[in-house]
Design a protein around this ligand. Structure first.
Ligand code: TSJ
Length: 375
């Protein structure tokens, strides 16, 4: 554990949030929201509320257990104070499961605190309300009881520091699309969004009980599907694989990958495992059905994915990310498991849905025909 003070974060914010541009600014929101989502993943939270206030501060509320207020014995401080004032303390307790925060890949709430003019946390726990305030990362007063409550949960309000960020105006669109994505990936969760900067306030609620199936359906809105959405979810070796895909009458592929709710923009082992196995199985089918003859070359991966919209979401207990923006999943075992599950599940499906199989292979043939003509 790195026990540097939060001054280190204020001195070199880029090291912790990538940049101090609008992108870095939005990472603050996602880091706080992702902590609430982690509580949902743990099974204790069903509702999250995100508000942009008139003064451009952000409020995030959840109905989870509340950040623990008991004394953390290592630090001799309430656990909540450790979360907000010690670097890298964010993901260090609770343990187990798939706990990895998204935006900053788990650097934690203390970084948000360090880069905020002020931050206030309110916790509802044990029938009591507790509050602590920080300014530029510094504790303003010891955690205090401020009243009674009949529920549990956490509320965080923060104002990004104008000394740190080039621009501090939040983009409602960016935040909303990220919240919608989070709702697709967590079907049990309801996320409310309010933008109080405008009159009347803008409001939206995201709840997607059909999860990534609905995500694929919505991505394909306005397009012409050629078969039903295929969906599977299975765990092997402690890694969970969840996939949804559907072909449309288009000459593009749109495959989005996620690991522990984090969008893997640069792809990685899960995506490669999916693509490679999918190509193999489809070529096998094409030969069995006589669509490819003995003398024919195999379909390429691009042929096989012609018209495909897919979501590949994995949960990994110890994900590693590499690449320019640290958004490329690097764990070999994630690829192995996606490949193995995909092999089993797509054959189970296509063996029973021959019409879907033929529609998919027709998309591959269409691509191969054009490719061969170009060659
Ligand atoms: F980022 C953050 F820390 F500021 C933050 C944390 C912000 C928000 C809006 C919510 C949360 C948060 C944390 N919600 N719920 C939790 N849960 C815990 O921290 C927690 C509660 C109980 C236990 C336990 O083992 O009893 C463990 C944990 C990690």
């Amino acid at each position: 554990q790195i026990l540097e003070g939060l001054e280190a974060v204020r001195k070199r914010p880029g090291m912790y949030i990538g940049s101090t541009s609008t992108r870095g600014l939005h990472h603050l929101v996602y880091e706080i929201v992702d902590n609430a989502v982690d509580e949902a993943l743990a099974g204790y939270c069903t509702e999250i509320e995100v508000t942009i206030n008139k003064d451009n501060s952000i409020k995030v509320i959840d109905n989870g257990r509340g950040i623990p207020v008991g004394i953390n014995h290592k630090a001799g401080l309430p656990a909540v104070e450790v979360v907000f004032t010690i670097l890298h303390a964010g993901g260090k307790f609770g343990g187990g499961g798939y706990k990895v925060s998204g935006g900053l890949h788990g650097v934690g709430a203390s970084v948000v605190n360090a880069l905020s003019e002020w931050l206030e946390v309110t916790i509802h726990q044990n029938g009591k309300m507790y509050r602590q305030r920080y300014e530029r990362g510094k504790v303003m007063y010891p955690l205090k009881e401020i009243g009674e409550t009949d529920h549990t949960g956490t509320e965080v309000v923060f104002l990004p520091d104008k000394e740190i960020f080039e621009k501090t105006r939040f983009k409602a669109d960016s935040i909303q699309s990220r919240l919608h994505e989070t709702a697709y990936l967590n079907p049990g969760l309801t996320i409310h969004f309010t933008d109080n900067r405008i009159e009347p306030a803008a409001e939206a609620t995201y709840h997607e009980p059909d999860g990534i199936k609905a995500y694929v359906k919505d991505l394909n809105t306005g397009k012409e599907p050629v078969q039903d959405i295929v969906y599977y979810k299975k765990s092997e070796d402690g890694i969970e694989v969840e996939v949804a895909f559907q072909y449309v009458n288009e000459f593009e592929e749109n495959i989005l990958g996620f690991c522990n709710n984090i969008y893997t923009q640069e792809g990685g082992t899960h995506i490669t495992g999916f693509k490679t196995k999918f190509t193999m199985v489809m070529n096998q089918y094409a030969r069995e059905l006589g669509i490819l003859k003995e003398k024919d070359q195999n379909f390429t991966g691009v042929d096989v994915r012609n018209g495909m919209t897919a979501i590949v979401a994995v949960k990994h207990p110890a994900p590693r990310f590499e690449g320019q923006t640290k958004t490329k999943l690097d764990n070999p075992d994630a690829g192995t498991v996606v490949s193995s599950v995909t092999n089993d599940e797509i054959q189970l499906y296509f063996d029973k849905h021959l019409d879907d199989l033929k529609a998919v292979l027709a998309c591959a043939e269409k691509s191969a025909k054009i490719r061969r003509a170009e060659e």
